[in-house]
Design a protein. Structure first.
Length: 120
């Protein structure tokens, strides 16, 4: 895993763990439901950010390498299967977060040049 993505994912996950403990305490204290709903939404958003980091890392490393070695179809099929369970990753309004992050190096990294935009 690309070190920067790993660090960021772990930081976010540890924050989510602490936040979740707080929300559990709020439920036990019978806090007002709309307050709880806001906190659950915040947790979901944090987990979605982790998923986007994982997706970006996978695209930059394993998928890129697989494409270069002629094994791209298998990796793409695996990724498509995983995306079935991650509707937040297929929301194209958020896809820019994945595509616009800086490129790094990871365990199976291979930089693949991005195609030039059409008409340009």
């Amino acid at each position: 895993m690309i070190e920067g993505y790993k660090t960021e994912a772990l930081t976010r996950l540890k924050t989510v763990r602490g936040h979740l403990d707080g929300v559990i305490d709020m439920v036990q204290a019978e806090r007002y439901c709309p307050e709880l709903m806001k906190q659950v939404a915040a947790l979901q958003a944090s987990l979605e950010k982790v998923n986007r980091l994982l997706l970006r890392n996978h695209l930059e490393t394993c998928v890129s390498e697989a494409i270069q070695t002629g094994q791209g179809r298998e990796k793409i099929d695996e990724l498509m299967e995983a995306l079935r369970f991650n509707s937040s990753l297929t929301d194209f309004r958020r896809l820019a977060d994945v595509l616009d992050a800086p490129v790094g190096n990871g365990h199976c990294s291979a930089e693949v040049p991005r195609p030039a935009p059409e008409g340009g």
